[in-house]
Design a protein around this ligand. Sequence first.
Ligand code: 13P
Length: 252
Amino acid sequence: MRTPYIAGNWKMNLTPSEGARYAGELAEAVRKAGVSCRVMIAPSFVALPAVAEAVKGSGITVAAQNMANHLSGAYTGEVSPEMLKDIGINTVILGHSERRQYYGETDEIINSKVLLALSLKMEVILCVGETLEEREAGNLESVLERQLRVGLKDVLPAEMGAITIAYEPVWAIGTGKTATPDDADAAHAFIRRTVAAMYSEDIANNLIIQYGGSVKPGNVVALMAKENIDGALVGGASLKLDDFLPIITYSK
Ligand code: 13P
């Protein structure tokens, strides 16, 4: 049985005070509504302490959107996972397509971050997904397979419980274009098969695979109804209570 897991990636939105205000409202709404899925929000680094304080006791997980692939040292502008752990953050999104696309993160860099996070007993959401060009060239499966095999290189079977995969087709992010539930489910099924081949059927069956890319209140039910879709990684629609609450209460 896989517990649905819905996450809000705030990206570079909401200041610490805006974020804390909204997170407090979200925590209150979650208490009242009583959601059955796991809920996570990922604000910017500087908003993490205030947001974590605002959701205390609500059961909402607060995560970072990225981290350095080193513990400390001369890496100007970077944030170490030890610093995150020190403020009580134990979950991190890694390999988001915006990190790959705009900041040159390769599968190898992402893998070094995954291994470092796991060594500190952090939970990881590893993002994978193809560009439109790659999809149209028929390379969907080879791209996903490479991102999984390199991204998870040297991750031990016993560590796979700390890994969530987010399938985010790059062409569906922030564009209003969603993969159809069937297309998304097919990609998720491929991801599950690949993880089964790399690890075991058991590990693959327990793996939470989130879909990300223009998830909205109006499409979440159809997406979540699919066998291999276990959650969502939501961008734009995670920034406002009016959008995010109906998404995390989709099953009501
Ligand atoms: P949108 O929901 O805005 O398309 O963003 C998806 C995403 O990139 C979440 O990480």
